[in-house]
Ligand binder design. Structure first.
Ligand SMILES: *Cc1c(COP(=O)(O)O)cnc(C)c1O
Length: 343
């Protein structure tokens, strides 16, 4: 990232944008174009909404935590009619409940869902949910927030027939925050042609036009492209399957250690346990903030707190992207040691 800046309209930078774009397609498992915007993940969520819908469109949001709620909030902010199907924190979107609810609804143009709910450590079964939508409403768009899962765990955009898939640089891609990547199916591009929501910065037509010359509409986040180029090279060297296995092992290891310490996972059902982030209930009698401060100040271990109503009641352990098994062991050892101090 310390490399000299290049002209973002010049040929040398275009070579990088092209290489990054093609490699992203491989990890999205799609033949569709992968667009990038200089923005955080929220920008990717907004890009998904504004490019395929029109004011007043009815969409369904499957919500299992705060990031699912964000996506629904964005849709509402843009004047969509949003029906929310909510599940308690710690649970996944149950396909049987979703099916029954979808059948009782008026026609809808899209279903918004989160692949990996970072606030709860729950991974939805997107493949099953997407198949269900396709069966019940063949023309509805399946919009998937895969911001904290893509590149870490299996997600096959084309095979699973997903319409819009969103991710962000700072999660599994091992790159600093500031870039969001998004791909759209043919069905989504067709919807885009008639989508009337106001948009400018994230407009896909403008973005695609510039991408023909391996550029972006505005000035690219040049140093983030340098970084993503390097991390994609590392990821290709490791191999998609090996990356998925490393994350599966990490999830299992963290959950195992957490249970050994007598702590409770928020996601009780192991079928839906996330392999990129684990949410743990703060034990009774301990203040979450105090525990996390100790770990940060004395052990150099930074864990995240809970979000929304679970602030102070949860802590979350990230195990995605750039980590080694040794680091996970050190972090869990430190957590165990600090917990003992409270006994
Ligand atoms: C991180 C994250 C976001 C939001 O991304 P920002 O980069 O913070 O804007 C959205 N959805 C999920 C699932 C996330 O993990």
């Amino acid at each position: 990232m310390r490399t000299q800046m290049l002209n973002h309209r010049g040929p040398e930078f275009g070579v990088i944008v092209k290489r990054v774009t093609l490699r992203l397609q491989y990890f999205f498992q799609t033949t569709s174009l992968v667009l990038t915007h200089p923005a955080s993940g929220t920008g990717g969520q907004e890009s998904a909404v504004v490019n395929v819908f029109s004011p007043g469109d009815h969409v369904v949001a499957l919500i299992v935590g705060s990031f699912g709620m964000h996506l629904a909030d964005i849709a509402e902010a843009y004047g969509l009619h949003v029906t929310k199907i909510e599940f308690p924190w710690g649970q996944a979107a149950d396909p049987n409940i979703v099916e029954a609810q979808l059948k009782s609804l008026k026609p809808y143009r899209g279903v918004l869902m989160t692949h990996n709910e970072t606030s709860t450590g729950v991974m939805n079964d997107v493949q099953t949910l997407a198949a269900l939508v396709r069966q019940l409403a063949p023309e509805a768009l399946v919009i998937v927030d895969a911001i904290s899962s893509l590149g870490c765990v299996p997600l096959e955009m084309d095979q699973w027939d997903l319409d819009v898939v969103i991710t962000g640089s700072q999660k599994g891609w091992m790159v600093p925050p500031g870039m969001t990547m998004i791909a759209a199916s043919e069905r989504a591009w067709a919807a885009h042609k008639n989508a009337k929501l106001s948009r400018y910065y994230f407009d896909w037509t403008a973005t695609r036009l510039r991408l023909e010359n391996w550029q972006q509409p505005g000035t690219s986040a040049v140093s983030l492209f340098y970084a993503l180029d390097v991390s994609l090279e590392l990821m290709l060297q490791e191999g998609r399957k090996a990356i998925f296995e490393r994350h599966a092992k990490a999830g299992e290891f963290i959950r195992g250690r957490v249970k050994q310490m007598g702590l409770k996972l928020l996601a009780q059902d192991v079928r839906y346990a996330s392999n990129t982030v684990t949410a743990v209930l703060v034990p009774e009698g301990i203040e979450g903030k105090v525990l996390l401060n100790k770990l940060r100040e004395h052990d150099g271990v930074v864990l995240a707190g809970g979000q929304a109503h679970m602030i102070n009641k949860l802590f979350r352990i990230g195990h995605l992207g750039f980590f080694s098994h040794e680091e996970l062991v050190q972090a869990m050892d430190a957590l165990e040691k600090r917990l003992h101090e409270f006994l």
